[in-house]
Design a protein around this ligand. Sequence first.
Ligand SMILES: [Zn+2]
Length: 261
Amino acid sequence: MHPLEDDALVLRIYPFAEADAVVVLLTRHHGKVRLMAKGLKKIRSRHLGIVSPFNLITVQFKPGQGDRLGILSGATLQFGVDIAHGSLHDFYFLSLMAEVGMIMEIDPMTGEKVFRLLDALVHCVVNHGFREILLWYLLFWIARLEGELADPSACGICGRLFNANRMALGLNPTTLAFHCRTCATPASSGGLGGDYRGAQRAFQRFLTTAPDRLTTSRSVPKEYEAITRLLVARIEQLSGRAIRSLTPLLAVLLQQPEAKK
Ligand SMILES: [Zn+2]
């Protein structure tokens, strides 16, 4: 059988035996694959530095069968991430992105969309640096591609579209559906009252905006952290696994606001 070839994002590398490694890749057309990379750790391995976390590569591989790992037979670099030269924000964001890729069951139907999302975000971070809105964009699209996020364009209760007169003044913390003024009464079940106009507008913009076209404005809505945690909670609920790299990312964002790009 000829090896397959595909574009791939390197999500994670586990050392194996003395010189080998198991690499987890998100591919464009074959979903997530786990491959044995023989001799990856040897200094003279021709793949060292190519098969490296967050890099976008072209990979040749023999797929695994059942419990047997596939075999990585070749790799060339498409787009490299130089972790040493990025900021701490960049590193923690890329780590969170790889962790989300690791914990989600990536359905073959949505695999290519998830690949395109992560591919675009890697380019965006390397070319322009991390911006806080990218974290929302990532979490929003992951939850949406899994089919589990309310439509941000309309009130989650009455279904009427938001506009200049009908604004988001309530939120369902579980489904992240926004509620209009009429529906966001204290009586609305399980809803959080509050001003969610900034978040609602941002989410609605995500539907029609590529990540590199997001506005680079410094300010994010003041409910940034709360909404981030709700989005993460949604993804944790979908995957059944905790996202550990959120804490360090939020810590650097909250401690060093002046260091934002
Ligand atoms: Zn409503």
